[in-house]
Ligand binder design. Structure first.
Ligand code: TYM
Length: 329
């Protein structure tokens, strides 16, 4: 039986949030099944699209790798690597850039959002970012790409690039599909529930960091913005309430109907405490394993070196195929 290939990545820009966890990382762990083979990476090249501090990037890249293991990525089963350690990604990215239209890149909503946010640094890397991401995916022949809602458009672009390339140069790439969680493909900010929770939010009360202490998690949920409705319900326009219920379902495995029933007749105080407790129960064990790996730096180095080697062997096969297809070798 041919195993399905999975690939996903996360940028090492700050400590990941509960949004990253529910939207992506938890699914990464769950996808490590017998009929699948998963590649997971820390996308340090993508982190360069926003002006960065070199020492901080180095530290955050390691820290992210340790956190991925703590989230349940088993490096003995799924190669775990740093994007820049596999040079083939950047090489394939050039070839793919030559079959990507500017019109397509102009439509990327994340480019528009980030350009507005960093108006003083709208660099070419930010613009061609989705091409490198397509390269990350296509170079492993990934069938499935577990991501949150905000990355779906980029995976769809990778599909279009693969189809166009195959039509022009012959079957070379697998056409990938995005996979999103049932609950929480878009976890919203706690202070601004109409916008997604982000690890680069300037207000720390707006997000739960995966390394927040339990008391901090409780405090942040207590301060979460909700509304003045007397009942707890999942309903149109009730952004804050919907977000809390979604987080609750994602962390407890309950259905939305079960969750709403549980809080019937209660107010936000009870919901906020229950959500905070469910999140703490999910994150506390991860934090403990994270600290172990951060304390054992040699073991972490071994894991990411082995991951890079495994990934690189696979990546080279596709790169050779793509070069040959376009007539370079
Ligand atoms: P990044 O680092 O912004 O986010 C990592 C993953 O977390 C998801 N996510 C969320 N999900 C739910 N709610 C939220 N509030 C939330 N915020 C973030 C993202 O959708 C993502 O799945 N370009 C990618 C990294 C990347 C990649 C790849 C992903 C590079 N190459 C190849 C997949 C395949 C990024 O910046 O993710």
């Amino acid at each position: 039986m041919d195993k399905k290939i999975i690939l996903s990545g996360i940028k090492p820009t700050g400590i990941p949030t509960l949004g990253n966890y529910i939207g992506a990382l938890r699914n990464w762990r769950l996808m490590q099944e017998d009929d699948k083979y998963c590649y997971y990476m820390v996308a340090d090249l993508h982190a360069l699209t926003v002006r960065n501090d070199p020492a901080e990037l180095r530290q955050q890249t390691r820290s992210m790798a340790a956190l991925l293991i703590a989230c349940g990525i088993d490096p003995n089963r799924s190669p775990l690597f740093i994007q820049s350690h596999v040079h083939q990604h950047a090489e394939l990215s050039w070839i793919l850039g030559c079959v990507t239209y500017m019109g397509e890149l102009n439509r990327m909503t994340q480019f528009k959002d980030k350009s507005a946010k960093h108006a003083d640094n709208i660099n070419a890397g930010l613009y061609t970012y989705p091409v490198l991401m397509a390269s990350d995916i296509l170079i492993y022949g990934a069938d499935l790409v577990p991501v949150g809602d905000d990355q779906k458009q980029h995976v769809e672009l990778a599909r279009n690039i693969a189809i166009r390339f195959n039509n022009a140069f012959g079957e070379t790439f697998v056409v990938p599909e995005p996979v999103m969680p049932k609950f929480g493909a878009r976890i919203m900010g706690l202070q601004d529930p109409e916008h997604k929770m982000s690890k680069t939010d300037t207000n720390p009360n707006g997000y739960i960091s995966m390394l927040d202490e339990p008391a901090v998690i409780t405090k942040k949920f207590k301060k979460a913005i909700t509304d003045c409705e007397p009942t707890i319900a999942y309903a149109e326009g009730r952004y804050g309430c919907n977000n809390l219920l979604t987080i609750y379902c994602a962390c407890t495995g309950k259905t939305m109907d079960e969750a709403v029933k549980e809080f019937e007749g209660f107010g936000y105080g009870k919901l906020k405490t229950a959500v905070a407790d469910a999140v703490i129960a999910e994150l506390e064990p991860i934090q403990a394993v994270y600290r172990q790996y951060m304390d054992d730096s040699e073991e972490l180095d071994r894991i990411i070196a082995r991951g890079a080697q495994q990934a690189s062997e696979r990546a080279q096969i596709t790169l050779d195929k793509a070069y040959k297809a376009v007539g370079i070798r």
